[in-house]
Design a binder for this molecule. Structure first.
Ligand code: GDP
Ligand code: MG
Length: 203
């Protein structure tokens, strides 16, 4: 049985969401920023601690707000599947304070708008562009303490450009999600297809 986990990647425009996903799946990086206008779905397979997981990674275009109801989610094509994701990666640029404010707002809305125990969904905050750390707006330790202690989210810094900590961040999130038992059982085994597409990462 292969388990599927859907992960929504959310953040302000230009923070590096698409770069992180593409680096993770294809080991590929582009200096050119092509704004993501429609929602893209990637389906990599990963092996963690000997278990295979199928990930459904949603590259979410910029949203003005997290959808507050299922009907709102279905009316806006860009955010389909966002409310029911099993886990969230909230990306900000460590040199851009506005992108951190955006993550702060989305985190708050996830907690408020998801119902009942599903508001305890795993959230990993990711500070990207670590290679530009001389221009950061806040010391790493201060952000890490705020995110971990106050928000109760995981925190990882990475550089999609240099593929630094990119696998680690997915590993971290998957570890938290699996530990909390938030997964859906998949009925069909698509292991063969995943390996043929060469998208299987052993973490
Ligand atoms: P998105 O809008 O959040 O999907 O952002 P993109 O992935 O399209 O990246 C936006 C811009 O930031 C592009 O020009 C990327 O080349 C650049 N970028 C992404 N990640 C990094 C990084 O880790 N370091 C640096 N220096 N630039 C990055
Ligand atoms: Mg993008």
């Amino acid at each position: 049985m292969v388990e599927t986990l859907s992960i929504a990647v959310i953040g302000a425009p230009g923070v590096g969401k698409t770069s992180i996903i593409r680096q993770f799946i294809y080991n590929d990086f582009s200096e050119v920023h092509t704004p993501t206008r429609t929602r893209s779905v990637y389906r990599p397979s990963v092996i963690l601690n000997g278990n295979m997981y199928e990930l459904k990674v949603l590259d979410v275009p910029p949203l003005s707000a997290f959808p507050s109801s299922s009907s709102q989610e279905w009316l806006d094509l860009r955010c389909r599947g966002v409310r029911n994701a099993n886990a969230y990666i909230l990306v900000y640029d460590i040199c851009c304070v506005e992108s951190f404010e955006y993550v702060k707002m989305i985190r708050q809305q996830i907690v408020e708008h998801r119902e009942g125990s599903s508001s305890e969904v795993p959230i990993l905050v990711v500070g990207n562009k670590r290679d530009l750390q001389r221009q950061r707006f806040m010391p790493r330790r201060a952000v890490s303490v705020l995110v971990k202690k106050t928000w109760k989210c995981g925190y990882v810094e990475c550089s999609a450009k240099f593929n630094w900590h990119v696998v680690l961040l997915f590993k971290e999130l998957l570890g938290i999600a699996v530990a909390r038992g938030m997964r859906q059982n998949h009925t069909s085994i698509r292991l063969q297809g995943a390996l043929q597409r060469n998208r299987c990462t052993i973490m």
